[in-house]
Write a protein that binds this ligand. Structure first.
Ligand code: HEM
Length: 132
């Protein structure tokens, strides 16, 4: 393979750092009431994230299910939070502008943001445990 596992993990870590910076900027846009750009920006960021999950993190997770690394609870929480962000993003997108859109969509988005940051911090810690 062109990349070894460690290089791939490092590249993914760099991408995740970039995504966290960008999702923070996108949330700032919402605070500034630039909602059109906020919405378009986040739609793209989550699609990039879904690709990173499918290409890098899911195969890696399947490997760790076969050979548990010893921090299974942390890994489980990381995956749950990460997948919850995707589920919330789907919910936000599907409900946005519809009659059944919840009144507290802002709270749902704040929750998605907090879960994203927590999943990232856990991922960072797991990376340190595995590779440093
Ligand atoms: C994971 C996905 C998302 C995250 C983390 C997120 C995050 C946020 C945050 C932090 C706010 C600011 C709330 C505040 O004022 O404190 C916000 C507001 C907003 N976002 Fe998102 N957002 C996401 C997805 C989306 C999508 C896909 C759309 C468009 C369909 C969207 C449209 C809006 C709108 C319209 C507001 C203003 C809501 C209001 O003030 O009532 N967001 N979002």
């Amino acid at each position: 393979m062109f990349f070894d596992v460690k290089t791939l993990a490092l590249a993914n870590l760099a991408l995740q750092m970039l995504l966290v910076i960008m999702v923070s900027s996108a949330s700032y846009l919402a605070k500034k009431r630039d909602l059109k750009r906020h919405c378009a920006f986040i739609r793209v960021l989550v699609i990039v994230q879904i690709i990173a999950i499918a290409v890098v993190m899911l195969p890696s997770m399947l490997g760790y299910i076969e050979n548990p690394p010893g921090f299974n609870t942390e890994m489980l929480i990381h995956h749950t939070f990460g997948l919850a962000v995707i589920a919330l993003w789907l919910y936000i997108n599907l409900s946005f502008g519809k009659a059944w859109m919840p009144h507290n969509l802002r709270t749902v988005m704040r929750l998605a943001f907090v879960l994203w940051i927590l999943a990232f911090l856990l991922g960072l810690h797991m990376y340190a445990l595995i590779y440093l």
